[in-house]
Write a protein that binds this ligand. Structure first.
Ligand code: UDP
Length: 241
């Protein structure tokens, strides 16, 4: 079990904290119960959210690793704590879309729900101050945010992650609409970093269209705690203890 202490806190984000460990090559990611939307403008604390997200992320990281995607995730240390490789985060977020929703729908003045023939990958420059503006791969290379080979690896890995996640959610009657991934550099290679959770995904119940993700908070559609506990039950076949 890992005990987070203030002296070891390296970074605090909206939903997670990052702690140093005795090994300079490893960090601990601690999942909090805080939920934010609209780049932190809307905030809520949701009981057990951190525990749910940590377990779901660990579960998916293991699955995508088994499918050949290198990840920074090493192992779960406690209900909210994960041991991960320390990486240098590449400042380009990748969004994979299977269905038009969210910022894409808004940007193009489209209704949500249009199913894309194949996954659409979009890139965003990781900057809270600028609200993560969209950027294309050429821009990311020319501005020095990432190298072309890194973006190629990110693209390839993202599509594998999409195949794995989509098949999994499909089996639970849930449509994977879109999700965001972050990657890091370590030892001269690119690895999947950060998290794979309902916080960074859109999930729609197939039969009803009900939203099972953070849009519940963004759009005041109900209780996110109940939604996340239900997702947990579906994924693990048991209620959260
Ligand atoms: N997303 C995220 N963090 C961000 C931006 C987007 O996790 O900073 C996720 C979001 O939850 C959704 C997907 O990426 O599943 C696509 O988000 P979109 O670009 O539609 O933006 P949003 O509607 O979140 O503003």
């Amino acid at each position: 079990m890992f005990t987070p202490t203030p002296e070891r806190l390296m970074y605090e984000g909206k939903a997670k904290q990052v702690y140093a460990t005795d090994n300079p090559a490893e960090i601990v990611i601690h999942y909090k119960d805080d939920a934010t939307a609209f780049n932190g403008v809307k905030k809520a604390s949701i009981a057990d959210k951190g525990v749910i997200n940590a377990r779901i992320s660990a579960f998916f990281m293991d699955r995508v690793a088994a499918a050949g995607v290198p990840t920074a995730f090493l192992r779960q240390l406690g209900p909210r704590d994960q041991l991960c490789q320390k990486v240098e985060i590449i400042p380009v977020e990748l969004v994979v879309r299977n269905v038009v929703a969210g910022s894409l729908a808004k940007r193009l003045g489209m209704q949500e729900g249009f199913r894309l023939q194949r996954p659409l990958l979009e890139h965003f420059y990781k900057s809270d101050a600028l609200n993560d503006p969209q950027i294309n791969e050429e821009g990311a290379v020319l501005l020095g945010f990432a190298q072309a080979w890194e973006l190629a690896a990110m693209r390839e890995y993202s599509l594998v992650v999409n195949d794995v996640l989509r098949a999994f959610w499909d089996g639970l009657g849930v449509e994977l609409v879109d999700f965001k991934l972050e990657f890091g550099r370590v030892g001269g290679r690119v690895v999947l970093a950060d998290e794979i959770t309902p916080d960074g995904s859109r999930l729609w119940e197939r039969a009803t269209g009900r939203k099972l993700d953070k849009d519940v908070v963004r759009r005041d559609l109900g209780d996110l705690g109940d939604t996340y506990r239900e997702l947990y039950r579906r994924v693990f076949g048991e209620s959260l203890a």
